[in-house]
Each structure stands twice: as structure tokens, then as C-alpha cells.
Design a protein around this ligand. Structure first.
Ligand code: BGC
Length: 462
């Protein structure tokens, strides 16, 4: 796999979806407008030192006001779907109870626009932005989050179920762990036990929302229906590899990290409980969550599709200095942003889903992308500004080659969503990590095309 093959969408199956993925807090802005309640990143980002330069999601890409133009760009580049998330506190400012009509109207207009443009709406209910009012009540540590989330989910299913064919409950549950165990994400709590409890409650909330979905739409089988509505969840799989495979310390570390990360979600979702290894780790480290009888039946609901976010792999070692050496020795390499270039990660993740967890439902790659990459703005002939992002092009092509290999081998993947259209609010990194294929000039009304956007346009040409 060289990353140099000029693949085009014609190398992929007919009807394969090509989309752009985004999330509410990262693009919408209008953080305090039209009745939206504060969410945890509005508050967390104001704590000194929590985000790069103290940057907040207040304005982001101003999608709230500029969605017609931004959706138009997706269409113009040739994409046929938009994966977006609803802002819970824009819909229900306090998290439960009263609905904010202006928020509902905003999503109605944005979805109508997507449909007019031929962009299939693919909605996520929760992408890391818990209403702050709910955080005051304990957030994901409070078991009531199961009911709060089900009420919110039920409202959206009933309101938009006829026009949105794909629904994910949660995006990357691990972010909630990071926010409650490591303190790096909102809400900034820092105890392993909190992280495990928050994750357990989140998984129960997922199961309960899927049940609500079935109650409303009446379809009980895990069969994907292109006309929708379908329900799933989005989990990121960053497989951990030992830097020195023959070193027992490295191998044990990578194994434990896999248990603590993606397996801690896939096991309950597809196997009906936590793995023995994770249970042992949690018992040994005094971080077993409170679990109720029936929780694992609740969590293991049949799903219609699985959303896979895949950016890279992780290489672990008890001797961190050996990591880079071992990757270079094994023929791996690094991009100019410091991340390893390992496009096989997508193939490995699909294999893990199928072989280790028996996932037989259609898979969508719900996110893949990379950041920065020599993002200097240059002025070309005729005065047009451009950004040359060679590394991003190589990264995307590399992943698409491995994705194609998986498809050729019979993996049931139905779509690929690029992260993302515009540089946006990248959580603790604020606006400093640029993931877009189009450059956002913060505060200015203009956008600058990157070479990767032109590459995607060529790739997607009918
Ligand atoms: C998240 C996005 C984030 C992206 C890049 C994903 O894990 O879902 O919200 O912007 O990674 O860091």
C-alpha cells in the first residue's frame, strides 16, 4: 500500500456513501443564542489552562448562521451525506423538560437544506456536549442520565425520524471516560472510578434509547433499511500494539490498554458484559462501577449499523523511548504533524469488529482524517489563496486503499465520512489543530481551499 494510487469513487461499490462528519459543539457557534443552554464545553473551556489559548466553542465555524453555505460546499465537492450531531442543550436547554423551539427550527431548516441538496442526514444524538444543567446534577455519574437521555432521544426520534435515515446514540463513549477519569475533556473530573461509572451509565443510556427507538418505529430486527430509520452507535477503535512484540511487558501493556479502551465498549455491546480481564482490572483498582441486574441485557440491543471512527493505531511500551524506534524499524513512518502514518489501522479495526466481536451488521466509517499538515496559505497565479496539504492527501488515500482492500475481501462497509469539511473547535486544542479540507479563517467571512478538497472533488467526480 503506497498511498499513491489514484483511486476514485468508481473503485468502490455503487451506492457507497461519501460524507462529511462534524459535531455540534465543534462547528455551530451561537453558543448562547436563541435559547440554547450552556453545555459542558462552554463552561470547561473557560477554566484557565483547559484549552489552547483559552479558546471556546462560542463561535467555531458559525454553522448556526452559515449552514446553507457550508452544506453547499459539501455538495459542491461531491459528497452525498452529512453526519452531524444535535446539541442537546439547544434542543432542551436544561437537558430535560422544556423544549427550545428555536433550536428545533434550526435543525429542521438545516435538515431540509441537506435533503434539498441530496445530502443524506446522518445524525448523532450525543457528541460530547452534555447540558451543563445536567452536569450540575452529577452528569454521567448520576444513573438518572439513562432517563434524561432517553427523553431527549425520544423527542428527536419523534420529531425527525421521518426525515433522518441514520441515527447514532453516542459518538465515541471513550470521550466521557476522558472527561471523568482523566480531566482532559469536559467536565474535567479526574478519578478512574468516575470514568468507569460514567461509561457504564452511558452504555445503559445507549441501550435505553435504542429500546425507545424500537418502541417508536416498531422495527425490532437488526436489519439495515436504506430508507430508514436505522439506529446504531459510533465507537473508535485505535488498536494498541506492543512496540517490542517479544517483550512481555510491552505485550501485557498493549493488551490491558485494549481492554480499557475500545473493548470496554464492544464487549458489553456485542457480548453482553465486561470481559474477565477488564473486570479484574476494575476490581484490582477499586473502580468497578455500580451495575444493576439487567444492565447487560439493556446494553446489548440489536443494532442496524455500526459506526467506526478510525484515525490511527497506538504503539505502547514500558520504555516509551523505544516506541518511535520500533515503529521506524518495522517500516512505519510519521507524518509532519508527528502522528504515525498507519493506514492499515482501518483494515485492522474492521477485522477486529468481525472476528473478535462477531459484528455482522453494516459498518460505516463515520470518521477518518488528520490535522495540520504544512498549513501555510500561499497565493497562486491569479491571486487565489490555497493551502498545500500533501500529507493529508497521502493520509486519506492510504486509508482509502486499505478500505478498498477490506471491501474486496467482502467486508460489509457502506460508507466513509471524512473528518472534516472546515477547521473547527478541536476540544482542548481549541482552533489550533486544523482537521478541515477547507481552511477556516476565524473571524473572517472567507474559506480557503486546501489541495485535499480538490483531491476529494476529483475523487468524487461522477
Ligand atoms: C472526534 C472528533 C474530533 C476528531 C479529531 C474524533 O475522535 O469524534 O470530535 O474532532 O476525533 O480529533
Amino acid at each position: 500500500m503506497t498511498g499513491n494510487l489514484p483511486l476514485t469513487k468508481k473503485d468502490f461499490p455503487e451506492g457507497f456513501r461519501w460524507g462529511i462528519a462534524t459535531s455540534a459543539a465543534q462547528i455551530e457557534g451561537a453558543a448562547f443564542e436563541d435559547g440554547k443552554g450552556p453545555e459542558i464545553w462552554d463552561i470547561f473551556s473557560r477554566i484557565p489552562g483547559k484549552t489552547f489559548g483559552g479558546q471556546t466553542p462560542d463561535q467555531a465555524c458559525d454553522y448556526y448562521h452559515k449552514y446553507p453555505e457550508q452544506l453547499g460546499m459539501m455538495k459542491e465537492l461531491g459528497f452525498d451525506s452529512h453526519r452531524f450531531s444535535f446539541s442537546w442543550s439547544r434542543i432542551m436547554p436544561d437537558g430535560t423538560g422544556k423544549v427550545n423551539r428555536k433550536g428545533v427550527d434550526f435543525y429542521k431548516s438545516a435538515i431540509d437544506r441537506m435533503l434539498e441538496l441530496g445530502l443524506m442526514p446522518n445524525a448523532t444524538l450525543y457528541h460530547w456536549d452534555l447540558p451543563q444543567e445536567l452536569e450540575y446534577r452529577g452528569g454521567f455519574l448520576n444513573r438518572d442520565v439513562v432517563n434524561w437521555f432517553t427523553e431527549y432521544a425520544g423527542f428527536l426520534f419523534e420529531t425527525f425520524g421521518d426525515v433522518v435515515p441514520m441515527w447514532s446514540t453516542f459518538n465515541e463513549p471513550i470521550a466521557t471516560y476522558v472527561g471523568y477519569a482523566l480531566g482532559v475533556f469536559a467536565p474535567g473530573r479526574k478519578l478512574e472510578k468516575f470514568g468507569r461509572q460514567a461509561n457504564h451509565n452511558l452504555l445503559c443510556a445507549h441501550g435505553s434509547a435504542v429500546k425507545r427507538f424500537r418502541e417508536i418505529f416498531g422495527r425490532k430486527k437488526d436489519v439495515f433499511d436504506p430508507a430508514g430509520p436505522n439506529v446504531g452507535i459510533v465507537v473508535d477503535v485505535w488498536h494498541h500494539h506492543p512496540a517490542r512484540p517479544d517483550d512481555p511487558g510491552d505485550a501485557a501493556l498493549a493488551e490491558l490498554e485494549n481492554e480499557k479502551a475500545y473493548r470496554s465498549y464492544l464487549h458489553p455491546l456485542f457480548k453482553g458484559g465486561y470481559s474477565g480481564a477488564l473486570l479484574k482490572y476494575m476490581a484490582d483498582n477499586d473502580c468497578l462501577p455500580d451495575m444493576l441486574p439487567g444492565d447487560f441485557e439493556l446494553i446489548r440491543q440489536p443494532l442496524d449499523f455500526f459506526g467506526l471512527n478510525c484515525y490511527n493505531r497506538v504503539v505502547d511500551s514500558t520504555d516509551p523511548a523505544s516506541v518511535r524506534k520500533s515503529v521506524e524499524f518495522a517500516g512505519g513512518n510519521y507524518m509532519d504533524n508527528g502522528a504515525e502514518f498507519y493506514p492499515k489501522a482501518i483494515y485492522d479495526a474492521l477485522r477486529i469488529l468481525k472476528e473478535d466481536f462477531g459484528v455482522g451488521i453494516p459498518v460505516y466509517i463515520t470518521e477518518n482524517g488528520t490535522y495540520n499538515c504544512e498549513e501555510e496559505v500561499v497565493t497562486g497565479p491569479g491571486g487565489t489563496e490555497r493551502v498545500h496539504d500533501v500529507t493529508r492527501i497521502r493520509y486519506i488515500q492510504g486509508f482509502l486503499e486499505w478500505l478498498k482492500k477490506a471491501l474486496d475481501e467482502g467486508y460489509d462497509v457502506r460508507g466513509y465520512y471524512l473528518w472534516t469539511l472546515l477547521d473547527n473547535f478541536e476540544w482542548p486544542a481549541g482552533n489550533s489543530m486544523r482537521f478541515g479540507i477547507v481552511r477556516t479563517e476565524y473571524g473572517a467571512p472567507s474559506y480557503i481551499m486546501k489541495d485535499s478538497a480538490c483531491m476529494m472533488k476529483d475523487f468524487l467526480r461522477p
